[in-house]
Each structure stands twice: as structure tokens, then as C-alpha cells.
Design a protein around this ligand. Structure first.
Ligand code: OGA
Ligand code: NI
Length: 208
């Protein structure tokens, strides 16, 4: 266990009230270094791919919407990140206990936004069958400072809430209600991003 119940309750209360919560120093320096070592290895071995790349003619269009490069994680394969998957399990357990969410499964990727890229305003549920319930972001930009760009903007009730992508910061929000945007970044911007998935009521039926 990384955090005590009272700490989780404080964070999850905010999530329940505002549909989002920002938590600083969610990961330690040591964990940060381990993720960045994993990131470097992935970059050196050309594992990061243009997000959503499809047919050649789609490329231009998609680059206008989102400019990030991603690598999907696999809990079995990526044992170096076991500490992260433990943290994720702790988060899921607490969301089930304190928010009564019915969650089953998750999907995570590391993401790099090269200089000059952004992600247009969007919701993380792209289509009706999307079962993304909670968006999880861990930011990994050590020396981020005002002017570096790449802020995450949350659009909520006519307001724009800016979240700076600083190292060690966790952002959680409800995937089905929070519209958000990544502003153009002026430095290479790193994050670990994922979604906790809703357990569909008829899962047995759908799978059979
Ligand atoms: C996404 C997204 C936000 C961020 O990947 O869907 O909105 O801050 N990312 O990286
Ligand atoms: Ni998003």
C-alpha cells in the first residue's frame, strides 16, 4: 500500500465532487526515474508510434487532431513498471470501495508529444461502445515551467481549468463528462496515460 485510506478518501471526495482531481507528488523520484528509464528504452528502440495512425491519407488529418506518439503497456510484459501497476491496482481498489464504481480492466500507454504538437478538445469516449470510465494521467516533465506549454485544459461548466504537466502529478477525471485539450507544447512532453474500464453489466453475454 502506497497511501493510507484517509489520503485516498480526500482525493476521491474531490473526484466525486468535481469530476476531476489533481494530486501532486503522486509518484516518488525513484518511480519517476524508473518510468523515464522505460521511456528512454522505448524511444531508443523505436517503440513509440504515432497515435491512431492508419491509412496514409489519414495521417495528416489525425496529426491535426492529436500529435502524440504512444506505446501501449502490457502488465505481463512490462515488469519494470510493476510498481506502477501496483499503484494502479490500489487506485482501482479504492475507487471500488469509496466510489462504488464497477471497474474491470484498464488500458495504459506512455505518450510523448513532440515540440509543436497538441491534442484538440475532446472527450475520451469516442463511440457508444467505449467503456472508459476514469482517465488517469501521470505527468513526467521534470523541469516544466510557465511558457513551456502542453497544459491540459479541462472544460467544465463554462470554465477552463489549466493543469500544468509537471513531474509526479496525477490527474484523474471522469472520462464520459470531462472535455479536455492539450495545448501546444514547446518542449517534448511526457506522460503515462490510461483508462479504467467500466464493467459492462452483460459482459458474460457479450463475450459468449
Ligand atoms: C488523451 C489525453 C491528455 C494529456 O490521451 O486522451 O487527453 O494531458 N491526454 O496528455
Ligand atoms: Ni483525452
Amino acid at each position: 500500500m502506497n497511501f493510507i485510506d484517509e489520503t485516498w478518501i480526500g482525493w476521491l471526495d474531490q473526484l466525486a465532487e468535481q469530476d476531476y482531481v489533481v494530486v501532486d507528488d503522486f509518484i516518488s523520484n525513484e518511480f519517476f526515474n524508473r518510468i523515464m528509464a522505460f521511456f528512454s528504452e522505448a524511444e531508443e528502440n523505436d517503440k513509440l508510434k504515432k497515435a491512431g495512425i492508419g491509412a496514409q491519407q489519414d495521417f495528416q488529418l489525425k496529426a491535426e487532431v492529436r500529435g502524440d506518439f504512444i506505446y501501449w503497456l502490457d502488465e505481463e510484459r512490462d515488469q519494470e513498471l510493476s510498481f506502477f501497476f501496483d499503484l494502479k491496482d490500489e487506485l482501482v481498489q479504492n475507487l471500488k470501495r469509496f466510489c462504488y464504481l464497477s471497474l474491470s480492466g484498464s488500458e495504459f500507454h506512455i505518450a510523448k508529444y513532440p515540440v509543436g504538437t497538441h491534442y484538440h478538445r475532446h472527450l475520451d469516449q469516442f463511440n457508444e461502445q467505449s467503456n472508459r470510465q476514469i482517465t488517469v494521467l501521470i505527468y513526467l516533465n521534470k523541469d516544466w515551467k510557465p511558457g513551456d506549454g502542453g497544459e491540459l485544459v479541462i472544460y467544465k461548466e463554462g470554465r477552463e481549468i489549466m493543469v500544468e504537466p509537471i513531474a509526479g502529478r496525477l490527474l484523474l477525471f471522469k472520462s464520459d463528462t470531462i472535455e479536455h485539450e492539450v495545448l501546444t507544447t514547446h518542449i517534448p512532453r511526457y506522460s503515462l496515460t490510461g483508462w479504467l474500464l467500466h464493467q459492462p453489466a452483460g459482459v458474460g453475454f457479450l463475450l459468449s
